[in-house]
Write a protein of this length. Structure first.
Length: 379
């Protein structure tokens, strides 16, 4: 799951570094040429995306600051202050005593887990029988001679497949026995809230800044600079100093967009007409799309704006799913928004408005020189 997180960082004013700028630009051009010649080169696409945000000293400093600030909150971080041992001993013992797993007896008599590469790479199970995949010139599934020599063993006892609790722990679960804990398990970062992140990422248009803004970065960005254009005189970026962000322009734009969306959805529900090739669908009480309820019959424009995290009394009109403060990570605790009626929509509007105002208070408390970064986090 991806979610947008606001990460404030401190970045001193950077000295010009034209040599490094030229080297980064040259590497970026080389990667883009490679992408044109080899469009399926996934790694070139990743590197080019990151370098797009590193073409200036400010951009490079932002990347370094974000990585440093986020590292203690990564799933794989070895931050000793936040490590907690997860004891899985009782789970292992119970699974060894009563647990089962689907298995296969191979032609040589060996019993293996169905995910063993000796089986899964070439065979599968259909209607309780083993078949060979991609068989013959037509590459279809067939009960070949090799498949018939194997026996499907569903719900095979784990204590028959593994010789000991330790073997079950290590081979099946990937746990190890830790003498210092006298238990099977692993250490986990209890402060973790992400396992992968990208600056901007799926949300490259986080903040609106004037076109003459001296310090900003597009972050990990796959698009063109032309696509970052906002209203006349502005551009969208993934990070900038708080003082340089055009908050008033963002507010006007957000409220206008939500007014337009509200009127279009309300009319669509009343007329029961959706745009062609739309990903939206009607429900009994509204319109659903993008894994959430977009419109509920009878809701006012105010409820609609509040539900979407853009109340008119919000100062900053930026509502990510979480933010990183000095005391740790804070999130909205919202799942996908799917109210079924007006009462549930009003309750959702109240919660999302409270979250927007909490974000306002947090941003208000930051120094004007603080760099605000929109980070695409994954967990």
């Amino acid at each position: 799951m991806h979610f947008l997180t606001l990460v404030p960082v401190t970045v001193p004013t950077q000295e010009p570094d034209p040599v490094k700028d030229i080297l980064v630009q040259a590497a970026l051009m080389e990667l883009r040429e490679k992408m044109e010649n080899e469009p399926k080169d996934f790694m070139a696409k990743i590197f080019a995306s990151e370098l797009t945000g590193k073409t200036t000293p400010f951009g490079r400093a932002v990347f370094d600051a974000v990585y440093e600030k986020l590292d203690p909150y990564a799933v794989e971080s070895d931050n000793p202050a936040e490590q907690e041992f997860i004891d899985c001993t009782e789970e292992i013992r119970e699974e060894y005593r009563t647990g089962t797993v689907d298995c296969v007896r191979l032609a040589d008599g060996t019993v293996v887990d169905r995910f063993d590469p000796r089986f899964r790479n070439r065979f599968s199970v259909k209607d309780g029988k083993i078949v060979q995949n991609h068989f013959g010139p037509l590459h279809h599934k067939k009960r070949s001679k090799k498949a018939k020599k194997m026996i499907w063993l569903p719900n095979y006892p784990k204590k028959k497949l593994y010789r000991s609790e330790r073997e079950l722990a290590e081979k099946y679960y990937g746990y190890e026995y830790l003498p210092e804990e006298d238990a099977y398990g692993y250490y986990s970062n209890v402060a973790a809230f992400y396992d992968w992140h990208a600056i901007g990422g799926r949300w490259p248009h986080c903040f609106l800044v004037p076109e003459d803004c001296p310090e900003y970065t597009f972050g990990d960005y796959e698009g063109t600079e032309e696509e970052t254009k906002g209203p006349e005189g502005y551009r969208w970026v993934a990070a900038a100093r708080k003082k340089d962000i055009a908050w008033d322009a963002m507010t006007q734009l957000a409220l206008a967009q939500h007014e337009n969306s509200y009127l279009l959805l309300k009319k669509a529900f009343e007329t029961k007409e959706l745009p062609e090739k739309s990903m939206l669908s009607f429900t009994e009480n509204g319109i659903h799309g993008l894994l959430k309820t977009l419109y509920i019959d009878g809701e006012s424009e105010e409820i609609f704006r509040n539900r979407n995290g853009h109340p008119t009394d919000s100062k900053y009109q930026f509502t990510p799913g979480g933010y990183l403060a000095e005391d740790g990570y804070h999130d909205s605790c919202f799942t996908f928004h799917c109210p079924k009626d007006l009462k549930e929509a009003e309750a959702e509007a109240k919660s999302t408005r409270a979250w927007a105002l909490e974000l306002d208070a947090f941003i208000d408390g930051l120094d004007d020189d603080t760099v605000l970064v929109g980070v695409d986090c994954h967990i």
